[in-house]
Write a protein that binds this ligand. Structure first.
Ligand code: NAD
Length: 501
């Protein structure tokens, strides 16, 4: 049987193997999930919440083993693996406890049909296909999976071919704790296995990965008109104004740009700093970056580990060389400091939007800093991107107002990545960053079938939904328009009430 051989990005040693499943095997997993979705979807919210809490406890009890495996497969330092697991557990807990409230039936105004009771209710979709990336191989897919499960769906998860082992282990833990067999299954393999899942008879595909693959997934899903949720790449900007706390801004920028080696969809990928404080900010940034400690995967005290894939190292090198050839200045690091899968954190200045490093997703430990002459210029450049995932603003009293001007799904104010750590905040982007939302109530509703029910509770003298109208129907309907929407007494009273309120 064809299989994936997983090698440690830090040492090159084999970490383990996983089978490459065929399209027929993917279809079989989806069929099993369809069976599971019946009893799982029929459970009460309280029962599912309890089951998911058991699952979370079992994951937490296995945290040491999971963190080791995550670092071995992905190359990130152990501390970052634990942070990823904490974020994951918080999503499972939030989805489990929040689902009942977020998905409770809601009464809404019946409007002109005052004799109706109007209700919105939510039902499980059935089977959700989740396709995940390698950079946060647990947190990112579980950010969909937890909400899909809590909403009553069964899930088939195709992890990245670079990091399948952690997913296999999590599915084993799910199988041992969740009461319905096959509620969460993992299908391992590369692009072909993912494509098979996108074509399979699932009720929704939640895809996280690059924009290029996202388009392929959407085209494959179109065959069956399967709805898709796309969490794609980003080119997150950070704006630093002349009244910002520069030390705090630099500290946050170092973390936001370099955590997980810059391999985060919401990494700070470009910084726009007011000219008056640009040099001071860059000095502070460089000072803090020089304090970072490199190290191998699994090394507790390391600040950054190996890049997960040689392919990504190539992209980072290409972006750096392109920028330098076009006039960028290296302050720390640079392409000469790349050794194998290790890239020294790099700061560039003198950058502009003719360079790939300012417009394409770099996905590496690089912080390019541009000088801007006005706030308007900073906002214009921040919005000059095909992506629109996260963003960040460091400023004084204007910070919140600046945040509202940024075209992105999420903005952190005087912080970085905060929106990703709050499970009740919806997460997602615009433009080439994708569409749909995971996390929060929106995330639960993404994996639900929205049902509108209109229940007639009594009869009114004017009934617009019958052919059995009285002779003076036209007169009555005319009168109704005049009264409700025109200058009639009812409309005037409604206006008055609106003004008082
Ligand atoms: P990728 O697009 O190469 O792969 C993602 C997944 O898609 C993998 O599991 C892969 O096997 C699968 N795949 C490949 N070809 C496929 C096909 N034709 N049909 C279906 N599935 C297919 O992405 P990656 O390199 O693993 O991840 C990095 C990207 O993910 C970056 O762009 C990053 O910004 C993005 N990302 C986004 C978020 C977010 O929430 N928006 C989070 C993490 C990562």
């Amino acid at each position: 049987m064809a299989e994936l051989v997983i090698k440690s990005p830090a040492t090159g040693a084999e970490v383990g193997r996983a089978p490459i499943l065929s399209p027929a095997e993917v279809d079989a997993a989806v069929a099993r999930a369809r069976v599971a979705s019946g009893p799982w979807g029929a459970m009460t919210f309280a029962q599912r919440s309890e089951a998911l809490s058991d699952f979370r406890r079992a994951l937490a009890n296995a945290a040491d083993e999971l963190a080791e495996l995550l670092s071995a497969e992905n190359g990130k330092p152990l501390a970052e693996s634990y942070v990823e697991l904490i974020a994951t557990l918080s999503h499972v807990g939030h989805a489990a406890t929040r689902a009942e409230k977020a998905l409770a039936p809601r009464k809404v105004s019946p409007g002109i049909l005052a004799n109706f009771r109007a209700t919105i209710s939510y039902a499980p979709l059935g089977v959700i296909g989740v396709i995940g990336p390698w950079n946060y191989p647990v947190q990112t897919p579980v950010g969909s999976i937890a909400y899909a499960l809590a909403a009553g769906n069964a899930v088939v998860w195709k992890p990245s071919e670079l990091t399948p082992l952690i997913a296999v282990r999590i599915a084993e833990i799910a199988a041992a704790t969740l009461p319905v067999r096959d509620t969460l299954q993992v299908v391992t393999g590369a692009g072909e296995t993912g494509a098979a899942l996108a074509r399979a008879a699932v009720d929704k595909i939640a895809f996280t990965g690059s924009a290029a693959t996202g388009k392929r997934v959407m085209m494959a899903a179109a065959e069956r008109l399967t709805p898709v949720l796309l969490e794609l790449g980003g080119k997150d900007p950070m704006i630093v104004t002349d009244d910002a706390d520069l030390e705090k801004a630099a500290e946050a920028c170092v973390f936001g740009g370099l955590t997980n080696n810059g391999q985060a969809c919401v990494s700070i990928e470009r910084v726009y700093v007011a000219a008056a404080v640009h040099d001071k900010f860059v000095d502070e940034l460089a000072k803090q970056v020089r304090e970072l400690k490199p190290g191998a995967a699994g090394n507790d005290s390391a600040d950054f580990g190996a890049m997960t894939s040689p392919g990504q190292v190539k992209i980072v090198r290409d972006h750096l060389e392109d920028a330098i050839a076009k006039g960028a200045k290296v302050i720390v690091g640079g392409p000469s400091e790349i050794e194998g899968n290790y890239i020294k954190p790099t700061i560039l200045t003198n950058v502009d939007h003719t360079m790939k490093i300012m417009v394409e997703e770099t996905f590496g430990p690089v912080i390019p800093v541009a000088k801007v002459n006005s706030l308007d210029e900073a906002v214009r450049l921040a919005n000059d991107s095909k992506f629109g995932l996260g963003s960040s603003v460091f400023a004084g009293s204007q910070a919140r107002a600046i945040a509202d001007r940024i075209r992105a799904g999420m903005t952190s104010v005087n912080s970085v990545m905060g929106f990703a750590g709050i499970p009740s905040l919806p997460f997602g982007g615009v433009g080439d960053s994708g569409f749909g939302r995971i996390h929060g109530d929106e995330g639960l509703r993404e994996f639900s079938r929205v049902k509108s029910t209109a229940e007639q509770t009594m009869s009114l003298p004017i009934n617009m939904m019958t052919f059995r109208q009285p002779k003076n129907a036209v007169q009555r309907l005319k009168g109704m328009i005049h009264q409700v929407y025109g200058d009639g007494t009812v409309a005037r009273v409604q206006d008055l009430v609106r003004k008082w309120l």
